[in-house]
Write a protein that binds this ligand. Structure first.
Ligand code: ATP
Ligand code: FE
Length: 359
């Protein structure tokens, strides 16, 4: 079964062709990062216009790269929600129109379910995540620790009480004035932290970077964000920080942001032990999961949290951590295969809890 999927929930316009035998035949992502740089975030109207401009070309390239004609596709999938309404509508309208014109079945997908199921598409056959598994979804709009018990059943163990970890990376990166052309602010912060400056001593910076909600199954990132702000203000602005200090601050932030994820992941494992839910796999996905520093730290954390029972840690490849339509195609596959299609009149869901996938 071959699916053409479209994704337009945030600022990337994506189209992809994926088969039921886990082949990604094409994966087109048209990014808008640079367009939003001057606004300091995603500007909704600019994003909608860019999706409208880019979607037809993305679909065409996805078909060309996959060397397949539209009529030879078996089903059309798209992101139904959650996300920005205007952005979602571009992918949704395009998908419905394609499905109607080509007379193909249609399936609308939950964006976060798609992030969570990505390793089922990308992990080696011998190492596929088995239910129940824990999943940490860390992206621009979400910070979720979930217990996944089937393709469609997810229980939220922890969510953020304020900002998402991805948005905090973005904001801190901008506050530190790190140039991010061509890659996005979060990835630029990681790259900045990883730069080597031989011969220069990088100070250890210890502003009050709080380990928020210690011991609780909840995330909070606004305190960390304000701590960085306060440090910069105490030095009378970013222009007064020399490079070593700025680097020390960026590294302190990144380490604190990841520490919070480690603490919650360990708490989640404890929760599962307490409720006798056997966990053998942890899936970490969403844009922030492409961070290499984080990957190393979480590996170590899992080992410490469960030294006797091995728990495998699965990440999608970095290009499939950030938004893409291959994950949307894959999350739709079980529904196509069981004949569970959506009607052309289906509405998008800008807000949509992952606990209510089948309502
Ligand atoms: P959601 O999936 O919640 O709807 P989104 O789709 O906008 O949000 P993604 O594309 O999944 O989010 O992830 C984007 C986020 O990931 C951004 O906040 C970005 O800064 C962050 N990000 C990307 N790469 C890195 C990195 N290497 N280190 C830290 N953060 C990163
Ligand atoms: Fe996303």
């Amino acid at each position: 079964f071959t699916v053409l999927a479209l994704e337009s929930s945030a600022d990337d316009t994506c189209a992809s062709v994926v088969t039921s035998s886990r082949e990604i035949l094409s994966n087109v992502v048209v990014r808008q990062d640079d367009m939003h740089e001057m606004f300091g975030g995603i500007h909704p109207y600019i994003a909608i216009e860019a999706h409208q401009r880019n979607m037809p070309g993305a679909v065409r390239r996805a078909l060309e790269d996959a060397k397949i004609k539209a009529d030879d596709v078996d089903g059309i999938a798209y992101t139904r929600g959650p996300g920005m309404g205007g952005c979602l509508s571009v992918g949704s309208n395009a998908a419905k129109t394609l499905a109607a014109a080509l007379n193909k079945p249609l399936v609308g997908v939950h964006h976060m379910q798609a992030h969570a199921l990505t390793p089922m598409l990308t992990a080696p056959e011998s190492d596929l995540p088995q239910f129940p598994f824990l999943t940490l979804l860390i992206s621009g709009g979400h910070t979720l620790l979930l217990l996944a018990t089937s393709l469609t059943s997810f229980r939220i163990l922890a969510t953020t009480t304020d900002e998402s970890v991805g948005r905090t990376f973005d904001k801190v990166s901008r506050k530190l004035d790190i140039p991010w052309s061509g890659m996005g602010p979060g990835a630029a912060l990681e790259k900045f932290c990883a730069t080597d400056h031989p011969g220069i001593e990088i100070p250890y910076i210890d502003p009050p970077l709080p380990l928020a909600m210690l011991g609780e199954l909840a995330f909070s990132y606004s305190g960390l964000h304000s701590a960085v702000d306060r440090y910069i203000t105490s030095r009378k602005g970013i222009q007064n920080l020399d490079l070593p200090t700025k680097l020390g601050l960026a590294r302190a932030f990144q380490a604190a942001a990841v520490s919070q994820l480690e603490e919650k992941l360990a708490l989640g494992l404890k929760w599962c032990q307490h409720h006798t839910v056997p966990i053998r796999h942890v899936v970490v996905s969403g844009g922030v999961a492409s961070n290499t520093f984080l990957r190393e730290r979480l590996k170590e954390c899992l080992y410490q949290a469960s030294p006797d029972v091995p728990v495998a840690l699965l990440f999608p490849p970095p290009v499939l951590c950030t938004d893409n339509a291959a994950m949307i195609a894959w999350a739709s596959m079980h529904r196509f295969l069981s004949g569970d299609y959506d009607d052309h009149s289906i509405e998008l869901r800008s807000k949509w809890s992952i606990e209510k996938l089948t309502d």
